[in-house]
Design a protein around this ligand. Structure first.
Ligand code: NAD
Length: 296
């Protein structure tokens, strides 16, 4: 599927980088976002501007969506002027947002009745992974549809796995997000203790990266936590959205997740302090407050 026409809807933090890599791989991108400046930026990256969902889908082999939350994806697919009424020529939609697995299964059944395939293909790796085209992509849906989507996914990620039926990609992603939240919290906790003890935090991070407590969070987000850098890669509001989705899934399956409850309360504390648009590493500010210290 080299050099196909791809509709791309949702040109935010992640989508704008994914579009660049799709263009680089030789695909023709029809880019749409409700924010006109985001479309202009995509055009500067080599995409064609689409003025509507229908224009993004027109003549495309596949449409990729990269939107904030479940209602956004439902709106773009089922809403007026949406993809159900205006499917791409290839009758394939790949949603790479993080949304509810239950909602994906329902959308997939609705679309299947009209001969349209939906693949859920959420990602991990953050804006850096999106920029370098090295995202981890976990896909759910019908195997044949996944095989058709794969060459397009290959322009955006390096670890690409089909993990099961519709919704399975989102389920794996939610497990990832549960671990992300708890992992960040564990790094915050260790840093708070070390800071109170007067230990050099940079040195501690270096040392721990060589031992059994090493983690992606300590490696990639530790420096920003230590510096008090709150810049957003992955916003606290989006982290809370994912923790909410984890909670909904766990409740539906009657699986108790005490770690989720604790870390959700801490992210809600951050939001209550007006920090929802900070990066998720800025959970450390909650520890600043609890210990009456300042990071940075
Ligand atoms: P974002 O908010 O930066 O971008 C979303 C884009 O969608 C925005 O440009 C917005 O204008 C656009 N949009 C919203 N509704 C729309 C509609 N109806 N039609 C067209 N465009 C619409 O979000 P993001 O950080 O790029 O994340 C997108 C998804 O990817 C989320 O589900 C998020 O949880 C997931 N994700 C994000 C990261 C990250 O590090 N930022 C990492 C992995 C997964």
């Amino acid at each position: 599927m080299s050099g196909v026409v791809v509709g791309f809807i949702g040109l935010g933090t992640m989508g704008r980088e994914m579009v660049r890599n799709l263009v680089k791989a030789g695909h023709t991108i029809q880019a749409f976002d409700v924010v006109p400046a985001a479309v202009e930026e995509a055009v500067a990256s080599g995409a064609r501007a689409a003025r509507s969902i229908a224009e993004a889908a027109s003549g495309a082999a596949v449409v990729v969506t990269m939107l904030p939350d479940t209602p956004d994806v439902e709106g773009v697919i089922l809403g007026e002027g949406g993809l159900r009424a205006n499917p791409p020529a290839g009758r394939l939609i790949v949603d790479m947002s993080t949304i509810s697995p239950q909602a994906v299964r329902s959308l997939s059944a609705t679309l299947a009745a009209e001969g349209i395939d939906l693949i859920d293909a959420p990602v991990s790796g953050g804006p850096q992974g999106a920029k370098s085209g090295t995202l981890t992509i976990m896909a759910g849906g019908e195997a044949g549809a996944f095989a058709r989507a794969r060459p397009v996914l290959a322009a955006m990620g390096t670890t690409i796995n089909h993990v099961g039926d519709s919704g399975a990609g989102q389920t794996v992603k939610l497990c990832n997000q549960l671990m992300v939240g708890i992992n960040i919290q564990s790094v915050c906790e260790a840093l708070a203790l070390a800071r109170a003890s007067g230990v050099n935090l940079e040195q501690m991070r270096e040392v721990l990266l060589g031992g059994s407590a090493a983690s992606w969070m300590l490696d990639r987000l530790g420096p920003a936590m230590i510096a008090g850098d709150t810049d957003a890669g992955f916003r606290i509001d989006l982290q809370l959205k994912d923790l909410r989705l984890v909670g909904e899934l766990a409740t539906s399956l009657a699986v108790p997740l005490p770690g989720l409850a604790l870390v959700s309360a801490q992210y809600l504390d951050a939001k209550a302090h007006g920090e929802g648009s900070n990066g998720n590493q800025a959970l450390f500010k909650v520890y600043d407050r609890m210990t009456n210290q300042r990071s940075g």
